[in-house]
Design a protein around this ligand. Structure first.
Ligand code: ADP
Length: 257
């Protein structure tokens, strides 16, 4: 099957610290890729590069029919990106939904208003239709009864599930998760992982940065193990997690499991 995401030769430095050193990978449509690796290895930077939240110094990202060659994305003399580059980045960004570590919900909007904001403002969907679709999405993440509550009335796990519904609302081709459970109390992790597992069963294409190795083993079709800004090992979880070849992968898993 042709890939829904293709990242080729991505590089990114912050100052003289090269955080991503030539990373390439692909995500097959309908599959789940888990990105594992030690803290500071570049996982979040890589994920954010896939939708232009971070601008790699070079490399190409393609998602569905959007393509950005980051070597060409250069600010003009006034420090702004030229219009056609901004348009290309917006097209790329529109292909993915992003679920942040902490949910980033609008505090003064209800759950359903948080979910419908994007469709109404970005896509110009009729508010009544967006509201109906938003309630359906909240039902999918187990929050039908909480649609009209404000974030402060919801638990951390419920807020994160609203964040997932919001990421799905723009009907992205792939959903990107940045450590979606790392900010949660342990007893709330399961409900969020359950929702992600359901989405995998439904055939959503997903890329998940996670420290939940057991979860990655169950849900992922493909695992990238990243260390020092490089993919040091990749393959199915039955290899990378259950039977790692690379000594760095082995050491990481020995410490975390
Ligand atoms: P991980 O997700 O694997 O923990 P990150 O991608 O968050 O790793 O970070 C990789 C490295 O890049 C870290 O050393 C981090 O401090 C650095 N880094 C990330 N974002 C920035 C930034 N905006 N400015 C400077 N350094 C950054």
């Amino acid at each position: 099957m042709s890939p829904i995401v293709s990242a080729q030769h991505l590089r990114k430095s912050f100052g003289d610290h090269e955080v991503i050193k030539d990373i390439s990978f692909e995500v097959a449509e309908g599959s789940v890729t888990a990105i594992l690796g030690p803290s500071g290895s570049g996982k979040t930077t890589l994920l954010r590069s896939l939708n232009g939240l971070e601008l790699p110094d070079s490399g190409v990202v393609e998602i569905a029919d959007a393509r950005v060659d980051f070597a060409e994305v250069t600010p003009n003399k006034r420090g702004r990106l030229p219009r056609e580059q901004r348009a290309a980045l917006a097209r790329l960004g529109a292909q993915s939904g992003f679920v942040f570590q902490a949910h980033h919900l609008f505090p003064h909007k209800t759950a359903v208003q948080n979910v419908t904001e994007g469709p109404i403002v970005v896509q110009g969907i009729d508010p009544a239709a967006a509201d109906a679709a938003g309630r359906e999405l909240l039902d999918k993440v187990g929050l039908a009864a909480h649609a009209d509550k404000f974030p402060f009335q919801l638990s951390g796990g419920q807020q994160q599930r609203v964040g997932i519904a919001r990421a799905l609302a723009l009907q992205p081709r792939v959903v990107l998760f940045d450590e979606p459970t790392s900010a949660l109390d342990p007893e709330l992790v399961g409900e969020v992982l359950r929702v992600i597992r359901d989405l995998a069963t439904e055939g959503w294409s997903m890329v998940i940065v996670t420290h939940e190795v057991r979860f990655a083993q169950q849900v992922a079709d493909h695992v990238l193990f990243i260390d020092g800004g490089l993919v040091v090992e990749e393959g199915p979880p039955s290899e990378v997690i259950a039977d790692p070849r690379n000594p760095r992968t082995r050491e990481f898993l020995r410490r975390i499991l």
